[in-house]
Ligand binder design. Structure first.
Ligand code: ADP
Ligand code: MG
Length: 687
């Protein structure tokens, strides 16, 4: 019944009328750009049309038939969710004819002909097979998002297809590339791809009225402030607006969970006899939606709510273009998004919460006008719009570190990766590194450990850092205290003097437990996340074993104790992420940028700063301050030769202040002075 409905629905999508034309256009062109409003059916339908086309003409095109159709997505959740939906529409179980592949999760078989995947996965496939000989068609979806990997894929595929010799080498039939985009800025794309045709799916949208509010001004960037406001507005909409679902935009998992908790609590006290404007509305169904959510929970998002119930989805930006939720009539826009940015002040990529761009705000609002007129409630003021929001979102390629991508490109023999050709050959180590789907620093540390025969220390850590946050911190204050206490106990039990050993210890303890899921529950640990970590560890171990079988895998010797061994391996990968305590609880990064950072409260080392001197850290988080997360104390000796710029930092000046006992007031003064010093030399990114 459900699938019948799905089929019926898919015939109502705007793309359906253009099925034959699209099938023909892909046949006729090497490159094709397809554009259309979000929700018009591009992602779910076009791959099916192409598959059917190939099936029908399989007598003529037997070769095509044995090949796959690959569709890339910038986000893993989108790849998984859409694959699920399409497998339903095609009446097959997921992983058979229709499957997906995302990092550390391959749900495909030999039978898979329609394969949804992240753009990162396709890039890895190109590394092993530059002409993508398994595919008849490759669809790069969500090109308007300008994700780093999609941009790189566009460049690579253009290069491959433009030299016929290269393109046909190792292929039986020519590859077709379709680029799909939700915005109309497709001319640029077409020009980039040699003037290829652009197919526009006509569609109609309904007007959406947008209202600003005065709640959030240019200075209110605290998460707790806008989360509260968003909750208030969503409840107002629920009580005072006519029936229709609500879509709330926030930035990430913890915020979304907090908001949902607050909504549950407040919604309970609504008296539907008196408080609600539309008497047909008799209840509120609150659903979170974020990247690392279990997929069975995600399914609920798409189901229509029971009669009389209003659905309220609290989502990250994933609901802006990647996933379309039917029935949404009201948008509550926080105005913020979490974004990976290369921060020139700190000299590193940082996951930051930043104001969205104006074009993004329009896109978010548009989600309310798919099937009828809608309303968008912006919780920010017109001044915020004017002063804080840029016109467009800067493409990822212009704002994040290119280290991993350049290594990949160079391994593919592409040396003119940017306007400036990149000199230098890839070393043996680089060739080994590129095999791992991990950030370069972590890979380097892992390989160092392997060469010293202690990969068992690093493999679990690498796995734990590759899954969602494993520590649960409930919203309720009492529970929060209890969780914090349990986590502290875990740290003490582990004898762990740092956050990396903490991760290792949690991994090992849980693995050794007879009842791992109960153990997790008891210790406020995400069982689901740990289960993924177990699987990731196995996969990383397989890659490593394969590489170790090679003749020239490097081996070294180490004389020292285990704790030192572990931390020194970390140093080889994290030598760019070094900080030294300067004054009070303030640390100063030591890569030449000298930013002031604090240890994040989630760290086992939080509140023990006084005993620390030099540390390394896994990543940075910027809120009102810059925090370092997953921290480990080290010795200066271990990094001094690894980072040339370390010597340029005026260690003397810092250390003279650091060793004295100072009052909080003095610290504050010193910090302000330092900040002012740096502001003058800062860049636009400091904002
Ligand atoms: P586009 O790619 O053009 O934005 P999609 O193909 O993603 O459009 O969506 C087309 C329709 O399919 C939308 O109405 C959307 O709600 C529906 N849809 C997509 N995924 C699912 C799903 N997992 N469950 C139910 N409906 C879905
Ligand atoms: Mg889409």
């Amino acid at each position: 019944m459900k699938t019948q409905n799905a089929l019926h629905e898919s015939k109502n999508l705007p793309i359906y009328q253009h099925k034959a034309t699209l099938q023909q256009a892909v046949k006729d062109n090497s490159f094709l750009v397809v554009t259309g409003e979000t929700g018009s059916g591009k992602t779910t339908q076009l791959p099916q049309y192409l598959h059917q086309n190939i099936k029908l003409t399989r007598k003529l095109y037997t070769l095509y038939y044995s090949l796959r159709i690959g569709i890339t997505q910038p986000r893993r959740v989108a790849a998984i969710t859409v694959a699920q939906r399409v497998s339903q529409e095609m009446h097959c179980s997921l992983g058979r004819e229709v499957g997906y592949q995302v990092r550390f999760d391959d749900c495909t078989t030999q039978d898979t002909v329609v394969k949804y995947m992240t753009d990162g996965c396709l890039l890895r496939e190109i590394l092993a097979d530059p002409v993508l000989s398994q595919y008849s068609v490759v669809i790069l979806d969500e090109a308007h998002e300008r994700s780093l990997n999609t941009d790189i894929l566009l460049g690579l595929l253009k290069q491959t297809l433009s030299s016929p010799d290269k393109a046909s080498k190792g292929r039986s039939v020519p590859l077709k590339v379709v680029v799909m985009s939700a915005t109309l800025e497709t001319d640029k794309l077409s020009v980039f791809l040699g003037g290829c045709p652009v197919f526009t799916i006509p569609g109609r949208t309904f007007p959406v009225t947008s209202k600003f509010s005065c709640a959030i001004g240019p200075k209110d960037t605290e998460s707790s402030v806008y989360v509260k406001e968003v909750v208030k507005v969503a409840l107002d909409v629920h009580t005072s607006e006519m029936a229709g679902d609500i879509l709330v935009f926030l930035t990430g998992q913890s915020e979304i969970e907090k908001a949902c908790d607050m909504l549950y609590e407040k919604a309970e006290s609504i008296d539907y006899r008196y408080d609600v404007q539309d008497h047909k509305v008799e209840g509120l169904l609150i659903l979170p939606l974020y990247g690392s959510m279990p997929t069975d929970q995600q399914k609920q998002i798409f189901q229509p709510p029971p009669p009389g119930i209003r659905k309220c989805v609290v989502a990250t930006n994933i609901a802006a273009t990647s996933l379309t939720i039917n029935g949404v009539k009201y948008i509550v826009d926080s105005g913020f998004v979490k974004q990976l940015n290369h921060n020139s002040r700190v000299g590193m990529d940082i996951l930051e919460v930043v104001p969205i761009s104006k074009s993004e705000a329009l896109q978010r609002a548009g989600r309310a006008g798919r099937t009828s007129a809608g309303k968008c409630f912006r919780i920010y003021s017109p001044a915020f719009w004017e002063k804080c929001m840029p016109e467009y979102t800067v493409p990822e390629i212009q704002r994040t570190s290119l280290t991993a991508v350049i290594l990949t490109l160079k391994c593919l023999g592409v040396h003119d990766c940017s306007e400036k050709p990149v000199r230098g050959k890839v070393t043996r180590l680089g060739e080994l590194m590129v095999e791992f789907p991990l950030p370069p620093g972590l890979t380097r540390a892992l390989l160092q450990a392997a060469s010293l025969g202690c990969e068992d220390l690093l493999l679990p850590v690498a796995a734990m850092l590759s899954v969602e946050n494993i520590f649960i911190r409930p919203g309720h204050p009492e529970k929060q205290k209890e969780a914090d206490k349990k986590h502290r106990q875990l740290g003490v039990q582990a004898g762990s003097c740092n956050d990396f050993t903490m991760l290792l210890s949690v991994f090992e303890k849980c693995k050794a437990s007879d009842a791992p899921s109960a153990w997790c529950k008891d210790n406020y640990i995400h069982w689901r996340a740990l289960k993924s970590a177990f699987s990731v560890e196995t996969q990383l171990r397989e890659i490593l074993l394969r590489l170790q079988k090679k003749r020239d895998f490097p081996m070294e010797k180490f004389n020292g104790n285990k704790s030192e061994l572990f931390r020194r391996c970390l140093c080889t990968g994290y030598f760019t992420n070094v900080a030294r305590r300067s004054v009070g609880k303030v640390f100063c990064t030591m890569d030449g940028h000298g930013s002031m950072v604090h240890i994040h409260p989630s760290s086992t080392l939080f509140d023990q700063e006084a005993q620390l001197d030099w540390v390394i850290f896994h990543d940075l988080l910027v809120t009102s301050r810059i925090y370092i997360r997953t921290v480990c104390p080290i010795r200066y000796d271990w990094v001094k030769d690894l980072l040339p710029k370390l010597h340029e930092v005026d260690v003397y000046e810092l250390s003279s202040v650091a060793r004295e006992e100072v009052t909080d007031e003095e610290v504050a003064k010193w910090v302000t002075k330092e900040a002012a010093k740096r502001q003058t030399g800062g860049s636009a990114e400091d904002v």
